[in-house]
Each structure stands twice: as structure tokens, then as C-alpha cells.
Write a protein that binds this ligand. Structure first.
Ligand SMILES: C[S@@+](CC[C@H](N)C(=O)[O-])C[C@H]1O[C@@H](n2cnc3c(N)ncnc32)[C@H](O)[C@@H]1O
Length: 358
């Protein structure tokens, strides 16, 4: 690595690093190594600017100014981390809590336990060496969404830790299940709320396209929202027969919100061609029929990089109209991507939209 280059590492779900590596290439990052669930390389050409890591859909997190610490045992790794932390905080006045994010690749097996053992010894030693700084550490294996500054490390194997002073968290997180949720999809919408930093509230109106068996519908109902659940299939569990739900057995591509039911949220989770879904979502957002959007795009055998490229086009009729727009491969996603965003407008009914247009 030359002086002008800066080391960088991102991680993702194991098995998806090939997609992440392609996203890196499109963001101008040079992949030097990759393993199960991670990609490492450099920001080429001595560029000072931070690369656009916020756009990486597959990355769970990225450390943009990484240093590789070698070491094979728990004790050596804890010592190396402690020494690096000492240098990192040298001359820095630590005023408040700082994030300590230490994560590990999903494989090889046992790496998570190794991370835990190193972290325990490292924090114990840090307390002896820099008691005040150590007390202010807020440890987690998952970074908060967005940028944070503190100490971030990633164990990519038993003998290599990548460490840096900054981390960008994609916002993915494993969510807790609910016994009343009728499907595993429930976990995806819960994770999407965490990503967006917003969730439906009491009395808000939600349209759920492709609602059955009702996991997303249930997530809205349990928060006191009113849901139009659009699907020919039956609703089950906590969504079945709930007083806050109206089950519309219709084709979601033909469904339009009725005059008195102005939706705040549009949910969409259908097993359909993702390009058709994107066009449908664009129709809703262009017309102003919702304020917030959560949609799952099932790429299946389609190329997800083509979908990501399409949605990142400037002036795209859907994404260019969304604020806080994020496209991510969620912790609970498999062959799918989740899009969240906010239109910033109050939702309006199709009738009002026609009146306003004339
Ligand atoms: C993955 S499931 C949705 C799971 C749901 N979000 C949950 O949390 O339980 C996909 C659903 O989309 C529905 N679907 C597919 N195409 C549809 C269409 N054109 N109109 C309405 N529903 C559709 C299917 O009937 C199926 O129930």
C-alpha cells in the first residue's frame, strides 16, 4: 500500500461479499482482499474525501481509515488494541460517551467468541491505563446508523483485526420476534423502522400492498395505526380480525387509496418483478399518496447491482422524490433489498391530487 492510499474495510452478510465488492468498484474503491462477509481494500489516489460509503446497500458497516493489527492470541490482540487506542486518544479531550464497536465476521466459527474474549481483556486493561476514557466507552457489536467516532474494530479472521477511529453503520440490526406476528417478514419491517428512524403512530393510516399473512400489517396495528391490508390471501395471527384492519382482496397494482382514507404510510412486500414494483411505488410517491415508504424488492435471480444502479440514478422518479432515502440489504433480508424514505409531503387522496392538478 502506498503512502497516498488509505485502507478501508466493509462487512456484510456472509455469502453476499461478491455483491458488496461490485458496489465498492462502482464507488471507486479498490478491492484488495475479500473473505466470507467482508471486503477490504484501499481508497485509491490519495483522495482526501471520504468515499460514498453511505450508498453501499450490502454493507452493514464500513471503517474508512483502517489499520490492520496482527496477532494470534487473545492477549496479543488485546495488547495491540490497547496500544492503538492509547495513540488514538493521545492529545484528545474526551468530553462524553464514545462508541466502542467491535464486530466479527460470521465465519470462521468461533470468531464471535474470540472477539468477546479480546474485548473483555482489552476493556479491563483500558480501565487500568485510561480509567476515565474507558468509563465513557459504550460497547456494542453493531454500530449506530450513520457516522460515529470512537474506536471501531472488525475481526476478519483469528489473526487479523482492522481498527479505525470512524465507522459508518448501515442501520441493519437483528430484531426481536413477537409471538403474535404471523410471519418472519414482520422482522423486516421492524428493522426497516429502525433504519428509517420512524414508525407508524396511533391513528396513522397505512396501506400494506401484499399484506398476507399480515406481519407488516400487525407491526402497524400494534402501534395503534389503521391498516388497509391489500392481498387476496388470508390474514393470520395478530392481524386477523383486528378492529384496526380492513382487508382489501384486490390486485395491488390496481388498488388506489379511497377518498377519505389518506395514507401516511405505504408498505409494499410482494413477490413480483422488482422493476414493476419500483414503477408502482413511483406512481404513489409522484402522486403524493403517502408520506413514508417501506418497500421490499425481491431481486431473486435478477442482478441486484442493476436495481441499485437504477434507483441511484439522479432524477429517478421514485428516489429523487424521497428524503432520507436508504436502500439496504437488511439483517433479515435474503435475496431482497429494502427501500425506506419519506416524501416530506402530507399524503393526499387521488381525488384531491386530481383537483390540485387542475
Ligand atoms: C412475502 S408475502 C408478504 C408477507 C407480508 N408482508 C407479511 O409480513 O406477512 C407476499 C404477498 O404478496 C401478495 N401478492 C403478490 N402479488 C400481489 C398482487 N398483485 N396484489 C396483491 N397481493 C399480491 C401475495 O399474495 C403474498 O401474500
Amino acid at each position: 500500500m502506498s503512502e497516498a492510499e488509505r485502507r478501508i474495510i466493509s462487512w456484510c452478510r456472509s455469502g453476499y461479499e461478491g455483491f458488496l465488492a461490485r458496489e465498492w468498484a462502482e464507488a471507486g474503491l479498490e478491492v484488495r482482499e475479500q473473505g466470507p462477509g467482508w471486503v477490504a481494500g484501499v481508497v485509491a489516489g490519495g483522495a482526501e474525501a471520504t468515499p460514498p460509503v453511505e450508498r453501499l446497500a450490502f454493507a452493514w458497516a464500513t471503517i474508512p481509515e483502517a489499520t490492520a493489527l496482527a496477532g494470534e492470541t487473545v492477549a496479543v490482540q488485546a495488547t495491540a488494541l490497547e496500544a492503538w487506542t492509547g495513540r488514538r486518544f493521545q492529545g484528545v479531550k474526551v468530553e462524553g460517551p464514545w462508541p466502542l464497536v467491535l464486530a466479527a465476521a460470521e465465519s470462521p466459527k468461533g470468531l464471535g467468541r474470540r472477539r468477546g474474549a479480546v474485548q473483555e481483556l482489552y476493556q479491563r486493561r483500558l480501565k487500568q491505563r485510561m480509567a476515565r476514557v474507558a468509563r465513557l466507552a459504550r460497547g456494542d457489536a453493531i454500530p449506530p446508523p450513520g457516522w460515529s467516532e470512537g474506536v471501531a474494530g472488525f475481526f476478519r479472521s483469528f489473526d487479523a483485526i482492522e481498527v479505525g477511529p470512524r465507522i459508518f453503520g448501515g442501520g441493519q440490526r437483528r430484531m426481536a420476534d413477537d409471538p403474535w406476528a404471523p410471519s418472519r417478514s414482520y422482522l423486516k419491517v421492524e428493522e426497516a423502522f429502525h433504519l428509517l428512524g420512524l414508525e407508524p403512530t396511533v391513528g396513522e393510516r397505512v396501506v400494506d400492498l401484499g399484506a398476507a399473512p399480515g406481519g407488516w400489517t400487525y407491526a402497524a396495528l400494534k402501534r395503534g395505526a389503521l391498516v388497509e391490508a391489500v392481498d387476496n390471501g388470508p390474514l393470520k395471527g395478530g392481524a386477523a380480525g383486528h378492529p384496526g384492519v380492513r382487508h382489501c382482496k384486490e390486485d395491488a397494482f390496481r388498488y388506489r387509496p379511497s377518498g377519505d382514507a389518506v395514507p401516511d404510510w405505504l408498505f409494499c412486500d410482494m413477490v413480483e418483478d422488482p422493476r414493476r414494483i419500483i414503477d408502482l411505488l413511483a406512481t404513489w410517491v409522484e402522486a403524493g399518496w403517502c408520506r413514508h415508504l417501506v418497500a421490499n424488492l425481491k431481486f431473486g435471480r435478477d442482478d441486484p447491482l442493476a436495481l441499485i444502479g437504477l434507483l441511484h440514478q439522479c432524477n429517478h422518479p421514485l428516489t429523487s422524490r424521497l428524503r432520507d432515502c436508504k436502500l439496504r440489504h437488511l439483517w433479515h433480508d435474503r435475496e431482497e433489498l429494502t427501500l425506506v424514505g419519506t416524501t416530506g409531503k402530507r399524503g393526499q387522496s387521488p381525488i384531491l391530487a386530481l383537483v390540485n392538478a387542475n
